[in-house]
Design a protein around this ligand. Structure first.
Ligand code: SAH
Length: 502
């Protein structure tokens, strides 16, 4: 089978600015060859069993030479792989994408190009700078500010100034003084608005606004680092009115989302769209108990039960995996009534074409037990985690309801990169979201119970989760309702008001 190469532009950093076509290519690749500028959130979209090759290791400052990258792409494709070459921004704008295709053409290897959103236009946009505006200019020029080692810049400043257009310089941080001087010498006014934008479209984005004359000293004073782009032109003055990204409510805040991997996405996405820096840190993993004779037995006698209760989306999924493995489907549940601990569990039931007959007002084990205690006249079957809360069974016992409480999965703690996580939470204020008591346990076991949790702000889905967090000295805030929406609302409220942590 012959391989091929897809050149994919990853965009400027914000994962939402990757194209659908780019995402599809990443998800179906055999190998992904990526650069330094591709953001971690985009790299996280690469399926775990896909091979990756990093050709831009920033740590050692040792970049893989271009010829070698070209060769890697060729060799991988000739070996029959579908290769995705993932590059920052757009692959053809100062991205050497053309060079990478030449060797492929020479060897008759098939390729496709998926353009990306370039930093040259999107980074100014995130800083409130439209690169053109009818009142300001009638052209846009994108220039490399990179000079070959020991050589002066090869830029025709007179021609650029003559256009009266917006000028965007990429790779220009180290030549910033020469660029500004070149424009001044070519007759551009010293008070022309100008800006540098660092790490644009990411939670660490910074815009430094100045004038052509003052920009170099401002950039030094504020320690601007690469990657950054330089924008020169009247449009830069519009940033004061049009700035929006830096005003997002959670800009500058760091979050750790501890949900299991399959379910982290929605919460992380919501927080990111509010400007937060989010690291997904799945501390727990659910593992089905297989075989599970107790569940088999209960299911074979399902007509004996009036209610079937679920206390998590994971429980619902485990049951359906189990049914599928036995060649059964939703019909196996017959007419049993369904109870779900909360809206998330009900939504998971809905993906299987079912709807909960009962969801308690407050989404926790105690209220589920009390509610079912009032409703049930027959026997209740509970299918849930091994470490399930006793609140549920105690409430049913008190109501004298007969039940079978069957463990169908276990929660295991993952323990990756604990030293890094520990350092992060001990050195800076970090907001950590906890969606169950077991995520608290998983988080604590990852950083070590003896860590200093005094800088951690725990946003908890419910009272039990908060109680668990407080035992480790974590300051907590409980969402009003046990939903992701309510957690986000709580975060926003705490962020705006002076927080009062308990
Ligand atoms: N092909 C890329 C550009 C590659 S050249 C594109 O289309 O965006 C690398 C330069 O791009 C960096 O030196 C910097 O000037 C700019 N750049 C890329 N991403 C950036 C970002 N998130 N913020 C600011 N500048 C960025």
């Amino acid at each position: 089978m012959s391989g091929s190469v897809t050149l994919v532009g990853a965009g400027p950093g914000d994962v939402g600015l990757l194209t659908l076509k780019g995402r599809g290519a990443i998800e179906t690749a055999d190998v992904v060859v990526y650069d330094r500028l591709v953001s971690p959130e985009i790299l996280a979209l690469i399926p775990p069993d896909t091979r990756t090759i990093n050709v831009g290791k920033a740590s050692s400052n040792h970049l893989v030479p271009q010829e070698q990258i070209n060769q890697i792409l060729l060799d991988e494709a000739l070996a029959g792989n579908h290769v995705v070459r993932l590059k920052g921004g757009d692959p053809f704008l100062f991205g050497r994408g053309g060079e990478e295709l030449e060797l492929l053409v020479e060897h008759g290897v098939g390729f496709e190009v998926v353009p990306g959103i370039t930093s040259a236009i999107s980074v100014p946009a995130y800083g409130g700078i439209p690169v053109t505006h009818r009142d300001c200019c009638s052209s846009l020029h994108i220039i490399t500010g990179h000079a070959r080692a020991g050589k002066p810049l090869e830029i025709n400043f007179e021609a650029l100034v003559g256009t009266k257009g917006t000028l965007v310089f990429l790779m220009g941080v180290s030549s910033l003084p020469q660029i500004c001087q070149g424009l001044l010498d070519a007759g551009m006014a010293g008070d022309m608005p100008a800006a540098v934008m660092e790490r644009g479209t990411t939670p660490r984005q910074r815009r430094i606004s100045a004038t052509l004359a003052t920009l170099p000293q401002e950039a030094v004073a504020q320690k601007v680092e690469s990657p950054a782009i330089i924008v020169v032109g009247k449009v830069c003055a519009l940033a004061e009115d049009f700035d929006w990204f830096d005003k997002l409510p959670l800009k500058g805040k760091s979050f750790i989302v501890t949900r299991p991997k399959e379910r982290a996405g929605t919460l992380s996405g919501r927080l990111r769209s509010l400007g937060a820096q989010v690291s997904e840190y799945p501390c727990i993993e659910t593992v089905d108990i297989t075989p599970c004779p107790a569940m088999d037995d209960a299911l074979s006698r399902l007509s004996e039960y009036e209610w079937l209760a679920f206390t998590s989306p994971a429980g619902v999924e485990t049951l359906w995996r189990h049914l599928r493995a036995q060649g059964k489907d939703t019909r196996a549940l017959g007419g049993v009534k369904l109870a779900a601990i909360g809206a998330g569990t009900d939504r998971t039931l809905q993906t299987h074409g079912l709807q909960a007959d009962y969801i308690p007002e407050v989404y926790d084990a105690l209220h589920l037990g009390q509610g079912l205690g009032k409703l049930a006249t027959g026997k209740v079957l509970i299918l849930r985690a091994q470490q399930g809360s006793p609140d549920l069974t105690e409430a049913l016992e008190q109501a004298k309801i007969e039940m079978d409480d069957i463990a169908i999965y276990t929660t295991q703690y993952e323990n990756p990169q604990s030293a890094q996580l520990r350092q992060q939470i001990e050195t800076a204020e970090t907001w950590v979201t906890f969606t169950s008591a077991s995520t608290v346990k998983g988080f604590v076991s990852s950083v070590g119970a003896d860590a200093d949790f005094s800088k951690v702000k725990g946003i908890c889905i419910g009272a039990q989760t908060a109680q668990e967090a407080q035992t480790y000295g974590i300051a907590t805030k409980v969402a009003q309702k046990a939903t992701i929406n309510s957690m986000v609302e709580t975060i926003l409220k705490e962020n705006l008001e002076e927080p009062s942590w308990t």
